[in-house]
Design a protein around this ligand. Structure first.
Ligand code: M6R
Length: 613
């Protein structure tokens, strides 16, 4: 949540900041702002801010007349403390307009700090938790410290999760950055220094990047990076491995990132498979957990949020069915606070596209604290969570920019299912020929997703029929249930349509009272063992007047004959259905959202990376 960018040593810091903000906007788009360090400006800091939802960057571009400067910081905001107004937009300044601060995260003790600053004569002009930092730095500078030292001292007074980039008029070439939990990257190139919350904003500038660790403070100058801990002890910064190409974070001819990413799914799956299946056997060379350690695991808990949770649910079901190990999935934000019982025989698998989601990150830390073994499945190399766990497996989907997860979601499912097969082999829970057959079926998934994408026009026709609906039920049984959950989440977040997912067997325990002739139900009715029961559930819905849309196996005339609309998908192994069956649901949500004029890459109220609780 929120994007941070900073450049020093640039001939056009304003242009560079706006370009960086455009690449970071997916992290939050309630407002945007930049500050340039310009000694000729009164106070020395020139600032421009705009708060026009998802349009602030063009506003900044159009309105601004930036002065000559060499350094600056920028921010794109997802509002937490204070409404999404220009006044609350970052950067925030101190009383004299000589210090500018951008911030990601939440400073939990800001009320207390603000009270003491006001008592000391400071005037705070926003409702944010961020502004206190500018005034704290102001005090330290007034006491004679340089900016680097001032930030070290201030950061010792802050509680909460934060990433901060700070400039001061007195040191026009310097950006000081620090963090606690919220990630922050610093880097250098010839004559240039950079700071960003996210690697995708820096891919075109430099590959010499370093991840700041908790509590570290960096002085970034033109061509230089110096890192210390909060007590000023020098440290070697941790280099970041950069595997993504520049073009990966561009739309490349697609109308939006979401359609690009939906169509990249076959490649994301194929890349995630590379080197991980040989002659029907799974192989995870990079896994730091040995076969012996994995063999000693007696229980698996999968933790994640949103779409990653749905992938985790599918992973847990696969672990139970194939590896015959007790497994369940939990919402990370709940797991952390319910005092879970864990020990060294429990493997906690955290799934997160970004590797940064604060709920999952803290749940992972809690799992470690309680003695669990940990494994992270993430798309971002060297992300916060990747650095926290005993083992890490990477999906190889490339950067996902659209706020709604698509290609990363399917890659997560594939990878956690491969891991389930791996554990099944280690535990000798499946006959080798059955494990090999399943591995072959997993290897066929990229092709099946390609086939499903070939039916996009037909799915769009179904979406046209549904464009006016405001209430949709998504139903499924067994492995169809998490597919229903994901379909409902996509429709909610993109099309702003109330969509509820239920295990189809639960309908009769209450929700069916909501069904009448205005109701629409999307039923995942592919031909698994529970298919006859789903047909009965469809009959129950139709008897009460509902319009039923069924996700069916290709050519399933029997189910098609029972329902109003059909979303056909190529058939596969029952447990592997989610990767294929989610495709029409993604395209359905996408088309309904477009039909309604919604911004599919930047749905309202959301941000790609959720770094607040
Ligand atoms: O980065 P993560 O996978 O940890 O993110 C988890 C959720 O925030 C994410 O899946 C969210 O639900 C998406 N908007 C779903 O499309």
């Amino acid at each position: 949540m929120c994007g941070i960018i900073g450049f020093t040593g640039s001939d056009d810091p304003f242009g560079a900041l706006l370009d960086g903000l455009t690449l970071l906007e997916y992290r939050g788009y309630d407002s945007a702002g930049v500050a340039l360090v310009n000694p000729s400006e009164s106070g020395g800091i020139w600032r421009s801010r705009a708060a026009v939802r998802a349009q602030s960057i063009p506003e900044l571009k159009a309105a601004a007349d930036p002065p000559a400067a060499r350094a600056g910081i920028g921010h794109t905001r997802w509002a937490t403390h204070g409404a999404p107004t220009e006044k609350n937009a970052h950067p925030h300044l101190d009383c004299r307009g000589e210090v500018a601060v951008v911030h990601n995260g939440i400073i939990e003790n800001y009320r207390e700090l603000s009270a003491s600053l006001v008592a000391g004569g400071h005037t705070l002009s926003s409702q944010t938790d961020t502004e206190v930092v500018a005034h704290l730095v102001e005090e330290e500078l007034a006491g004679g410290a340089g900016l680097f030292e001032a930030v070290q001292r201030c950061s010792r007074r802050l509680r909460g999760d934060f990433a901060l980039a700070i400039v001061s008029a007195g040191e026009p070439d310097l950006i000081v950055a620090t963090r606690q939990t919220s990630p922050l990257i610093v880097g250098r190139a010839e004559g240039l220094g950079v700071v960003a919350s996210d690697i995708s904003a820096l891919l075109e500038t430099t590959r010499e990047l370093y991840a700041l660790e908790d509590g570290q403070v960096a002085a970034v100058g033109p061509g230089s990076v110096e890192v210390v801990d909060r007590d000023g002890q020098p440290l070697e910064p941790t280099p970041i491995r950069v595997s993504w190409g520049v073009q990966a974070a561009r739309r490349e001819g697609y109308e939006d990132f979401m359609s690009k990413e939906i169509h990249e799914q076959p490649r994301a799956l194929a890349d995630t498979l590379i080197g991980r299946v040989h002659d029907g056997l799974t192989e995870f060379e990079e896994l730091a957990l040995s076969d012996e350690e994995l063999a000693s695991i007696e229980r698996v808990v999968v933790i994640a949020c949103g779409s990653s949770y749905h992938a985790g649910y599918i992973g847990a079901a696969s672990l139970e069915q194939w590896a015959r190990i007790p497994a369940h999935a939990e919402i990370a934000s709940e797991f952390r606070y319910r005092s879970p019982v864990l020990d060294g025989s429990t493997l906690v698998v955290a799934i997160s596209q970004s590797g940064e989601t604060v709920d999952t990150y803290h749940a992972l830390r809690e799992a470690r604290r309680r003695g669990g073994r940990t494994l992270v499945i993430t798309n971002v190399v060297d992300s916060l969570m990747a650095r926290e766990a005993d083992g890490v497996l990477y999906t190889r989907a490339g950067p996902e920019i659209g706020v709604a997860s698509t290609k990363c979601h399917v890659a997560q499912i594939l990878l956690v299912q491969l891991f389930a097969l791996h554990l099944a082999r280690i535990r000798r829970a499946l006959p080798p020929e059955e494990a090999a057959r399943l591995a072959g079926a997993i290897e066929a998934l990229p092709g099946l997703v390609e086939e499903a994408l070939g039916k996009a026009e037909r799915y769009e026709k179904v979406a046209e029929e549904l464009s006016g609906v405001n209430d949709v039920f998504f139903l499924g049984r067994n492995i169809g249930y998490p597919i229903a959950l994901e379909g409902a989440l996509k429709l909610k977040e993109l099309a702003y349509v109330r969509a509820e997912a239920y295990a189809a067997g639960e309908m009769k325990h209450g929700p069916i009272s909501l069904i009448d002739r205005h109701s629409v139900a999307v039923v995942v009715a592919t031909r698994g063992p529970l298919w006859p029961k789903l047909l009965a559930n469809i009959e129950e819905l139709r008897a009460r007047g509902a319009t039923v849309v069924a996700v069916t196996d290709e050519g399933d005339a029997e189910t098609a004959g029972l329902v109003e609309l059909v979303l056909e998908v190529p058939p596969t192994e029952e447990l592997l259905t989610p990767v294929v069956a989610v495709v029409p649901l993604q395209l359905l949500a996408y088309a309904v959202a477009r039909e309604r004029g919604n911004d599919v890459d930047r749905p309202r109220n959301l941000a790609k990376v959720v770094t607040v609780e």
